[in-house]
Write a protein that binds this ligand. Structure first.
Ligand code: B1N
Length: 831
């Protein structure tokens, strides 16, 4: 027990240190100057832009501390369940702007800086975004933390503090070039290192059986390596909610004792190797949006952060209660895809091996605690680990998984007697040929709830990938359609639209976006329409300026901004968009007077460095763009831009400037999509297939305000099972054939017929993603888009209605559903 220190003034006392807490301009000014001098150690005359950025960031962070420390102390409050979001990725995006929005101090900060001769926007651009994720899955985790804090739900996001996040993309000669992301280079003012919060994580070795003092046979894991995880904490402020949640990321380090052992026998190099191995674990994010099978380091990363996180939860729980029996009442642990699914075996190991639980009791706690979200149906993206590799890294976990599997399959066989096929299909171990651990099966068996991320995706999950699980345990399945935070994706990134909306309906929509419906009475209002158009036009001008600066390409803000930004993947069909552009180009070439709606095509997205076809698609976009952009017949009516290095920061400029959102994946392939929501919330109209959340977006905004085309998921699977032949479509559609022949013939590669050969070959012989089958429907639909854009009034009405009806896609709604249907978690009472 600590002695009472009532005589000493506490820094938490109200009224003290106004310059550390106050949000008035002069308090902020003092705070920034104070940090510049005392934290950055800079006199005014020598301060660099980064010094100013850091000083501002620290001043903002100070203003999060009271709420944050209050929230941290709530972690000890046994009444409240803590949501623990386990994710290998958190794509947070820049912190400064978002924190200014959520704390409500954007304008005073701007003024304070202006008085100091600094421009807030410049400092906002100074922040290197923490790109600790690949795309949608990592960004979803970030949106969910924003909503958890905004809804006052105690939560911890647990993940890995990668030293190098997703690579920076450059375009050289039309090809993607990857540059290492050195986001920590200039320091990270948002995180606080907690050198006292560390855990040891074992790796490799073997297991031994022994009899404990009570005469029970137990298992000991004798590793051949031990690494240490150190906590780095970042506060996540809710939007004016008084709650600041915690993002806790683990950095791997060497365990001191290991170095000493090696030193003692004089083996300096072994000590250094152990250190290097330890530090490698959290070194770099795998840049794939589908898993890397057979990469030991990836499995090591997953186990490392899961083990640290579960040990941390056990510690926190034991501060609340003296037994782990009630662990599931303290924590609701969500597995963001299978990447943290080793948690099933690790929690069992902690309970059984380290805390002497009986198997059944441990299993009951494990299943009550864990829940699993699936994010993909692509068979090649389902994680599985070759057994020998798994055994060499996690020998004890493999034993535990065997035991889980044995008990699970016994139950299955009991209920479904004689169906051996069923047991083989459900087994956690894949025994067809080379043996694997199937992580989706492990996650499903170990969870009390399994969810997909959009209505269609959840249905398909039940019919395909997890069909057998659904048939034996339908009660475990839920749908929670994804959502995005309106704070970052509207208030921060689109201040013009935010102001306009708020002038009309107040600002309640920021936390209750169903209130956006209040815009519907204004759809036909002349003044409102013009103001709406003006906002979009200004956003487009800003983007046009950035495009000019980054690519040298001049685009016309009056043209239709037609935008396709997302990771490059064949199923997302960026090359279908290319076929559309070539078709328009050919129409102009055939008739230079043809009446085409001027369009600016904006592509953006990273390709996994090892994904050859995706990289070739980037090259094709750029090569085709060069030809189209410089053709005098086109006369600037079509412009093609590949916007390099698409990330959160760039997304914040792109979504608000879009007229048309391209969501054109093959039906059944995109689990949800979340970019689709960001576009529509910012007044872009969608052209899309009935895939992922598009289905629900269309339902909400109304079919008449959505450009639908293409095969349905059911038609896709019928067409494929009937033996799909892309050549049939190639033979029948003249415009399509012409476009493909031009790519093959070298029109976009200076006559080189070899360059795009792999792509063309793929399309004509396999076309796994049915571009050819959907081509004509897409072109026809785009013709309707072009016509619609010419009717400005009608287009603006559709745009307003899109925003007005998008309330469902707030991540607040999604988090409320997780809280009530899966986590049984509730908000902190207002204090
Ligand atoms: O998750 C998003 C969805 O909106 C997208 O439709 C979906 O494609 C995306 C392995 C993934 N699924 N799987 C991944 C990411 C990294 C990795 O190493 C798989 N990402 C998604 C949010 O639900």
């Amino acid at each position: 027990k600590q002695k009472s220190v009532a005589a000493v003034p506490s820094p938490a006392d109200e009224g003290r240190e106004e310059f550390r807490r106050g949000s008035a301009v002069d308090a902020l000014t003092r705070a920034i100057l104070d940090h510049l001098y005392f934290t950055q150690a800079r006199p005014l005359t020598l301060a660099t832009r980064n010094d100013w950025y850091m000083a501002l960031a620290y001043a903002v962070r100070d203003r999060m501390l009271d709420d944050w420390l209050k929230s941290l102390s709530h972690l000890r409050n046994r009444e409240l369940k803590i949501v623990s979001y386990l994710s290998a990725e958190f794509l947070m995006g820049p912190h400064l702007g978002n924190n200014l929005v959520n704390l409500g101090i954007m304008e005073p900060a701007r003024e304070a800086l202006a008085a100091l001769g600094q421009d807030l926007d410049e400092l906002l651009r100074q922040e290197e975004e923490p790109g600790l994720g690949n795309g949608g899955l990592g960004r979803l985790a970030a949106c969910y933390l924003d909503s958890l804090a905004t809804l006052r739900v105690p939560a911890i996001g647990y993940g890995i503090r990668y030293e190098f996040g997703i690579f920076d993309q450059e375009i050289r000669d039309g090809w993607q070039a990857e540059k290492t992301d050195k986001w920590l280079r200039l320091g990270n003012p948002w995180e606080i290192c907690r050198p006292e919060i560390t855990y040891e994580v074992k790796v490799g070795g073997h297991t031994e059986r022994f009899t404990d003092e009570k005469g029970c046979v137990r298992v000991r894991w004798v590793p051949n390596k031990v690494v240490k995880g150190v906590a780095y904490d970042t506060p996540v402020a809710g939007y004016r909610s008084g709650v600041t949640d915690l993002l806790r990321l683990w950095k791997s380090e060497a365990v001191e004792s290991f170095d000493f052992q090696a030193f003692n026998v004089g083996d300096y190099y072994r000590a250094v190797e152990a250190k290097i191995f330890s530090e490698t674990i959290s070194k770099v994010l795998y840049p794939n949006d589908e898993p890397e099978i057979g990469k030991a380091l990836r499995l090591g990363q997953q186990y490392f952060f899961v083990s640290c996180s579960l040990q941390d939860m056990v510690r926190i729980h034991l501060l609340r209660e003296n037994s782990l029996d009630t662990f599931a009442a303290s924590f609701a642990v969500q597995l963001n895809d299978t990447h943290p699914s080793i948690a099933v075996a690790e929690l069992m190991r902690l309970l059984v091996d380290e805390h002497q639980f009986e198997w059944d009791a441990a299993w009951q706690i494990t299943r009550a605690t864990l829940a699993y979200t699936n994010h993909t149906l692509l068979p090649e993206a389902l994680e599985k680990w070759p057994l020998p590799l798994f055994a060499s890294i996690l020998p004890r976990h493999l034993e535990i998984i065997y035991e889980i599997n044995r008990r699970f399959l016994d139950e299955v066989r009991l209920v479904h007697q004689g169906d051996d096929q069923l047991a083989a299909r459900l087994s956690i171990i894949d025994e067809n040929g080379e043996r694997y651990v199937r992580m989706a099966h492990l996650a499903s068996v170990g969870s009390h709830a399994i969810n997909g991320v959009a209505a269609l995706h959840t249905e398909l999950l039940k019919q395909t990938v997890l069909k057998d699980f659904y048939e034996i345990h339908p009660e475990l399945f839920r749908n929670v359609t994804n959502g995005v935070t309106p704070r970052r994706w509207m208030v921060l990134s689109n201040p013009g639209l935010t102001r306009l909306i708020t002038e009309r309906i107040g600002d309640g929509w920021v936390t209750n976006p169903d209130e956006l419906r209040g815009l519907e009475p204004f759809v036909a209002d002349q003044t409102f329409q013009s103001a709406w158009q003006k906002v979009k036009r200004e956003n487009k001008s800003v983007l046009a300026g950035v495009i000019k600066a980054r690519t040298g390409i001049v685009v016309d803000p009056a043209s239709l901004f037609d935008v396709l930004v997302k990771r490059i993947h064949e199923y997302k069909r960026q090359h279908l968009k290319v076929l559309h552009i070539i078709t328009l180009y050919n129409r102009i070439k055939h008739d230079p007077q043809a009446d085409v709606t001027p369009r600016t095509f904006i592509f953006g997205g990273k390709a996994a460095p090892g994904y050859f076809m995706a990289k070739l698609i980037i090259k094709l976009v750029n090569s085709m763009g060069e030809v189209v952009n410089s053709d005098p017949d086109v006369a600037d009516r079509l412009k093609v831009v590949f916007f390099p290095d698409f990330n959160v920061t760039n997304g914040q400029m792109v979504y608000p400037a879009a007229d048309l959102s391209e969501q054109i994946s093959t039906a059944g392939k995109e689990a949800s999509g979340t970019g689709n929501m960001k576009f529509s919330l910012n007044g872009a109209l969608t052209i899309g297939t009935l895939d992922g959340a598009n289905v629900e977006i269309r339902e909400e905004v109304g079919a008449e305000n959505f450009f639908l085309f293409g095969l349905t998921a059911a038609e896709v699977s019928d067409l494929k099972s009937g033996g799909y032949d892309p050549r049939k479509w190639y033979g029948e559609k003249t415009e399509l054939r012409e476009a493909i022949d031009q790519i093959a013939g070298g029109l976009f590669s200076h006559g080189d017929r070899g360059l795009f050969q792999p792509l063309v070959e793929h399309l004509l012989n396999r076309d796994d993603y049915l571009l050819l089958a959907d081509y004509q429907a897409y072109i026809d639909c785009q013709d309707r888009v072009s016509a619609a854009f010419r009717d400005r009034k009608r287009w603006t009405e559709m745009s307003i209605l899109n925003v007005a009806r998008m309330g469902k896609f707030s991540s607040d709604r999604a988090i409320r559903e997780y809280c009530s249907d899966i986590w049984q978690a509730s908000p902190l009472p207002q204090d």
